[in-house]
Write a protein that binds this ligand. Structure first.
Ligand SMILES: CC(C)(COP(=O)(O)OP(=O)(O)OC[C@H]1O[C@@H](n2cnc3c(N)ncnc32)[C@H](O)[C@@H]1OP(=O)(O)O)[C@@H](O)C(=O)NCCC(=O)NCCS
Length: 159
């Protein structure tokens, strides 16, 4: 059982190349095998399909990126590929706001189902996705490395 702090209002925008330095810091703080800069750049070349978002908070002198989400909307389906929130800003509803924005964008593009994979031990992420109606539909054996672990496939339909 986790105790949430108050939701911190953020603004969610499409990710730009200039956002990558801050996004890469959050990525490396969030994953044992972080996406590289090239992998994020690859998302920018998937124009029309990729929905890459950053969440910004305005704290005094300037804005700061505190979370990001990378997804694809293709063939009527939303695929969530990556999401991370800066460790200092977790449990403040930031991933929720990113997810709400990508669901909104996917519905605008008339997607009817959402899919993602999550490490079997990642209770935080699975809890987040369950809050938004994603249900486990299958398991991919040894999908992840370092450490090797199964992926749980989750689906939300309708979106
Ligand atoms: C998973 C992650 C993105 C969640 O971000 P967040 O901004 O802290 O999430 P939110 O505050 O929006 O949480 C929404 C819900 O998710 C669930 N949740 C989030 N963190 C949780 C935790 N540590 N333990 C259990 N449930 C958790 C809760 O149900 C929460 O709702 P509640 O606050 O009303 O209880 C963040 O923990 C993270 O960056 N983790 C490392 C990267 C990662 O694992 N990404 C997912 C890969 S599939």
């Amino acid at each position: 059982m986790t105790m949430s702090k108050t939701r911190l209002a953020v603004t969610c925008h499409s990710m730009g190349r200039e956002d990558l330095p801050e996004v890469l810091v959050i990525e490396s703080l969030s994953f044992a095998e972080p996406w590289t800069e090239e992998m994020f750049l690859g998302e920018f070349s998937s124009e029309g399909i990729a929905e890459s978002l950053v969440a910004r908070v305005d704290e005094g002198p300037g804005e700061r990126i505190v979370g990001f989400l990378c997804a694809w909307v293709v063939g009527g389906e939303l695929h969530i590929n990556n999401i991370g929130v800066h460790p200092s800003y977790r449990l403040r509803g930031i991933a929720s706001q990113l997810l709400e924005e990508v669901l909104r964008r996917a519905r605008v593009k008339e997607a009817t189902a959402g899919y993602l994979e999550v490490r079997a031990s990642n209770e935080a992420a699975a809890g987040l996705y369950r809050c938004y109606g994603f249900q486990p539909i299958g398991r991919r054996r040894n999908y992840y490395d370092h450490p090797q672990e199964d992926a749980i496939v989750m689906r939300k339909t309708p979106l």
